[in-house]
Design a protein around this ligand. Structure first.
Ligand code: HEC
Length: 185
């Protein structure tokens, strides 16, 4: 009796694995970027990302102080590295060609911002990137301090002091404008 149950379970596992392999090989699992993610893909990606953030993202406050200068630095870092995918102050009204063509699409942060997220979550996403999406890991290009500066800007993007807001309104996401390391055009 037990033997029968065990062989039944083993057979079901083998049939399942062969079936999954055949499905992957069949060409019927979409590989294109010009589509919408299915609910299963979204559920798997979001659940695993949220669980990772709960486990791994830094819990404490942002070590970069909330000052006008730091927010300004954040705008410059964003203009140089992020606007091409995450957009300008115009948000969803004018995404770049890269933003429109990615799968999944990068949120246009002026429209769909992360002001409500803990800054540690944004820090983690910027530092490590998001697997199987266009979101790169920035740890090879930016220091932890620069990443926290970006997290600070993202947290306060919708309530910037007037002079920082003025600069933010000038950020372009396309065509790419070149800025030097100090952020000067
Ligand atoms: C090549 C395109 C690309 C660039 C450049 C890029 N990102 Fe992303 N980013 C993405 C994509 C795509 C996602 C969405 C991933 C997903 O759906 O989970 C994303 C997600 C994010 C998120 C999470 C948004 C949310 O709603 O939870 C944050 C925060 C973020 N990026 C910040 C940045 C910052 C800061 C920079 C610049 C240092 C940057 N990204 C540069 C493509 C990009």
């Amino acid at each position: 009796m037990l033997k029968g149950v065990v062989s039944g379970v083993l057979l079901a596992i083998v049939v399942g694995l062969v079936g999954a392999y055949a499905l992957v090989q069949s060409g019927y699992i979409p590989a294109n970027a010009d589509g919408k993610p299915s609910w299963l893909e979204l559920w798997m990606a979001q659940t695993s990302l949220n669980a990772t953030l709960r486990r791994d993202a830094p819990k404490g406050p942002n070590p970069v102080a909330l000052t006008d200068q730091n927010l300004m630095n954040g705008v410059h870092l964003y203009a140089q590295n992020c606007a091409i995918c995450h957009g300008s102050a115009q948000g969803i009204a004018s995404p770049s060609p890269i933003a429109e063509g990615e799968y999944p699409k990068p949120p246009q942060l002026a429209t769909d911002g992360v002001e409500d997220d803990p800054e540690g979550y944004s820090f983690w996403k910027i530092k490590h990137g998001i697997r199987l999406t266009g979101m790169p890991s920035w740890k090879y290009a930016l220091t932890d301090k620069e990443i926290w500066t970006l997290a600070l800007f993202l947290k306060h993007m919708d309530k910037l002091p007037p002079d920082v807001q003025q600069t933010w309104l000038q950020v372009q996401n396309w065509p790419v404008t070149f800025v030097n390391k100090a952020g000067q055009k």
